[in-house]
Design a protein around this ligand. Structure first.
Ligand code: 5RP
Length: 222
């Protein structure tokens, strides 16, 4: 089975969890895209949901094309089910996310989910996080200064390496849907994700990071 077929199979399994009337959170990336397309098929077959919130402009466009009603989250919004991919999944369901640059909206949605299901191909399972470069979203203002603090956080939390690069697209810094930059942090290994997360959370200029700790309830890995 190809990795893409595995992603599609994982998405199909997650679709089985969708019930009429649900409010859904829609992730970003190629695996989440399979879920959105499959959801569109179910809607055509007569499924009725309350609506969904997309974690990126790309997913929003996909969802609209699939006939999904998009909602503006309010103060009381809870997602009955949020479904998203991941870049790495460790045995405790701690994740690295943000390979697609949507980690900020993805974390907001995951944190408001009654059930947050991660869907992935088997290549995303790892014994320990860190081989995939950890995305850290930072303000464009003084990003290089913030990058130095991020490197210090990697060292202080015992990471194997502290090599950072500013994500690029078409020869310019990649800009997120929120108007920020992404630092891709090659940590090699992250021995203490909570310690690193706490240091990054306390760093001015860091908007959000791709460590998802205690957020995923289930992983569907094919
Ligand atoms: C986007 C993400 C994605 O979920 C992650 O990069 C996995 O992508 P894919 O499903 O294409 O393998 O975090 O910000």
């Amino acid at each position: 089975m190809t990795a893409d077929e595995a992603k599609r199979q994982a998405a199909l399994q997650a679709l089985e969890l969708v019930r009429p009337g649900m409010t859904l959170g829609l992730g970003t990336g190629s695996t989440a895209a399979h879920f959105v397309k499959g959801l569109g098929e179910r809607l055509k077959e007569g499924l009725v949901i309350a609506g969904a919130v997309a974690t990126s402009e790309a997913t929003a466009a996909l969802a609209r094309a699939a006939g999904v009603t998009l909602l503006e989250p309010g103060p009381e919004t809870r997602f009955d089910l949020a479904v998203d991919g991941a870049d790495e999944i460790d045995p405790a369901l701690t994740l690295i996310k943000g390979g697609g640059g949507a980690l900020l909206r993805e974390k907001i949605v995951a944190a408001a989910a009654v059930l947050f299901d991660v869907i992935a191909d088997a290549g995303k399972r790892v014994p320990r996080l860190g081989r995939f470069p950890l995305p850290v979203e930072v303000t464009p203002f003084a990003w290089a200064l913030t990058a130095r603090k991020v490197a210090e956080a990697l060292r202080a939390s015992g990471c194997g390496r502290d090599i950072l690069s500013l994500r690029q697209k078409d020869g310019a810094p990649f800009v997120t849907d929120g108007g920020n930059y992404i630092l891709d942090c090659q940590a090699s290994e992250i021995p203490d994700a909570p310690a690193l997360a706490a240091l990054l959370d306390a760093t001015p200029g860091v908007v959000e990071h791709g460590l998802f700790i205690g957020l995923a309830h289930e992983a569907i890995v094919v």
